[in-house]
Design a protein around this ligand. Sequence first.
Ligand SMILES: Nc1ncnc2c1ncn2[C@@H]1O[C@H](COP(=O)(O)OP(=O)(O)OP(=O)(O)O)[C@@H](O)[C@H]1O
Ligand SMILES: [Mg+2]
Length: 287
Amino acid sequence: MNTTAEAIETNTGNLRASDFDGERAFEGTLGDITAAEPRMECREVNVWYDANHAIREVSLDIGKHEVVAMIGPSGCGKSTFLRCLNRMNDTIPAAKVTGSIKLDGMEVLDRGIDVVPLRAQVGMVFQKPNPFPKSVYENIAYGPRIHGLTNHREELDELVETSLKRAGLWKEVKDRLHQPGTGLSGGQQQRLCIARTIAVSPEVILMDEPCSALDPIATAVIEELIAELKQEYSIAIVTHSMQQAARVSQRTAYFHLGDLVEVGATGQVFEDPQHHLTRAYVTGRFG
Ligand SMILES: Nc1ncnc2c1ncn2[C@@H]1O[C@H](COP(=O)(O)OP(=O)(O)OP(=O)(O)O)[C@@H](O)[C@H]1O
Ligand SMILES: [Mg+2]
């Protein structure tokens, strides 16, 4: 009789080898890739890093007022896919992206579009909080200024206050607005980065493992914030925590070695996964 550890190893090896190495047996995403009110529509998106085909024919909508969680084993392409949504992969010379990604009908992958306003419309929050080496106030005011939203002191003051309030940080920082953002705690810095994203009026917020550097209390605060933010914004979040995906998202997308294996309502994906790879991952057999 195998030990559980051996069983996990055998299962993992078999699943990867038989399904995805060499001859690919993948027959397309299971579940409904569409959203009732799509804000972003991704169709047949492929990404290569030189010869490494990191994302294969991925189609997925991100709807208005919803949180979509992206889960899957390390290296399966979650960050790569997320970065396509606001053309962050442009900054990686080896990356080549094909397919179609529309934001409210506008083709994001069109070479002719200006990525600066795009990255305001589709903002990004990273794994490690990365405030600018400036004051709390300037961290928020910088974006609206360079995007030409406003340059008036009073309007900026108001925008800084509203953004910090929306990010649930105002009370904690209102008396230290002119101190360095980097002097805040990790959880506060992450909320500062969220406030900075909000300040430029995004439509979509991308979050790549936003809580992985935070303690459980700071994580809970961010999760509550995500629940509130979805009333106004569409959110795509990559997470390694299935509990987090279950708590914050309405839909979940399961990625495996560059394929979008399955997508569905979060409850369904966790409780009744349709694909054996999704089932193996959500029951903790690999990942
Ligand atoms: N900047 C890069 N240059 C070259 N290859 C890359 C780059 N970023 C990612 N890759 C490759 O693309 C594939 C997908 O990586 P990606 O970082 O998107 O995975 P991930 O699902 O986000 O993993 P993790 O859970 O560890 O963050 C991997 O094979 C990775 O090595
Ligand atoms: Mg990643």
